[in-house]
Design a protein around this ligand. Structure first.
Ligand code: ADE
Ligand code: ZN
Length: 352
């Protein structure tokens, strides 16, 4: 249903879905639906069926997830492959009323595979332009892979700086958080920041509270990808709230990578174990995100649907949706324009 057909008598969930949303933590490579992977494989002369992709995606622990990520990104070989994926991602975003997204690109993986990062990025930018004229504002994050080390991360940062004026807004780091300490990457982050990029780090996903603390204190992260380990350290939670460092929370991802269960020291975890409500009540800025939506069988709309099940009230959910714009790496004037549009739509839908 299009949002113009909605009325105040429609369900709260339907009206909430019509609100303009921001997505701050999504990997382009993790948005490849099984049908897209099958299409890429076919172009590359390989016969693959969707159920094989779905089986590969059905992970329950972090190492299996990283293996699946490595496997699926191996189908991204040329700029045209990225074009297909970027178009489909943009369509999915517009269908969910996502109006702003900061999309992560695994530039570290491109470099490992000896790809031309600039050619891939320019092709992606061209591919998404028609969607941007339909109201989707995209900015880009170049991610290094932590286990590849500081020299490789430095190359990623160099590419990100070079493409800053073409839409790269931040330098980030994902991969295996336990593989190498933050201190190895301090100079790379300082170089990126000195050249106008914002600082992002995946931390406290499978690592402990110290990993989050080091991301903040050594790498001076401005937002943290996941950060769920902070739940074990009240002082760290207070620090995040005090310094207004946002956590990009991806609930389904945390279940599907086994990250949450690992923190609990159990074989399994469920949504009711997730620390998101505690973070919210502690005043930590939060955004809700998908991480790798196709791999985890989720969408931004579904992640927001989970918040009620986690015990949050409707106005609290509204404030998280609105807060994502606050955490966005945008100039203040653009941020205000998004806030105003959010508020106006919320009012029109009787959601305030
Ligand atoms: N790359 C893509 N998704 C990731 C995740 N959840 N953690 C670390 N690296 C990633
Ligand atoms: Zn991620």
């Amino acid at each position: 249903m299009s949002s113009s057909q909605l009325f105040s008598g429609d369900s709260w969930a339907a009206r909430f879905r019509a609100l303009p949303k921001a997505e701050l933590h999504v990997h382009l490579e993790g948005t490849m639906e099984p049908a897209t992977v099958v299409a890429l494989a076919k172009n590359q002369g390989e016969t693959l069926d969707e159920s094989t992709v779905a089986t590969r995606y059905a992970t329950r622990d972090f190492n299996a997830f990283l293996e699946a990520y490595k496997w699926v990104t191996s189908y991204l070989r040329a700029p045209a492959d990225y074009v297909l994926v970027a178009r489909r991602m943009s369509e999915q975003m517009l269908a969910q009323n996502v109006v702003y997204a900061e999309v992560t690109l695994s530039a570290g993986v491109m470099l490992l595979r000896k790809q031309d990062v600039e050619a891939n990025f320019c092709a992606i930018r061209e591919a998404v332009a028609p969607y941007e004229s339909r109201g989707l504002h995209l900015q880009w994050i170049f991610d290094a892979v932590r286990q590849f080390g500081a020299a490789a991360a430095r190359e990623v940062a160099r590419c990100a700086v070079k493409l800053r004026d073409a839409g790269v807004v931040a330098f980030g780091m994902g991969g295996d958080e336990l593989a190498r300490p933050a201190s190895e990457f301090r100079k790379v982050y300082d170089y990126a920041a000195a050249n106008g990029l914002r600082r992002l780090v995946h931390a406290g996903e499978i690592g402990g509270p110290d990993s989050v603390r080091h991301a903040v204190e050594i790498l001076r992260a401005e937002r943290i990808g996941h950060g769920i380990a902070a739940a074990a350290d009240p002082n760290l939670m207070a620090l995040l709230a005090e310094r207004f460092i946002g956590l990009e929370i991806c609930p389904t991802s945390n279940l599907r990578t086994g990250a949450l269960a690992q923190h609990l020291g159990r074989a399994n975890a469920s949504l009711s174990d997730h620390p998101l409500p505690r973070f919210f009540h502690a005043g930590i800025p939060l955004s809700v995100s998908t991480d790798d939506p196709a791999m985890f069988g989720t969408s931004l709309a579904s992640e927001f649907d989970l918040l009620e099940q986690m015990g949050l009230g409707k106005q609290q959910i509204m404030s998280i949706a609105e807060g994502a714009f606050h955490g966005a790496f945008l100039p203040a004037s653009e941020q205000s324009a998004f806030f105003e549009a959010f508020r106006a739509k919320a009012e029109a839908l009787s959601l305030l």
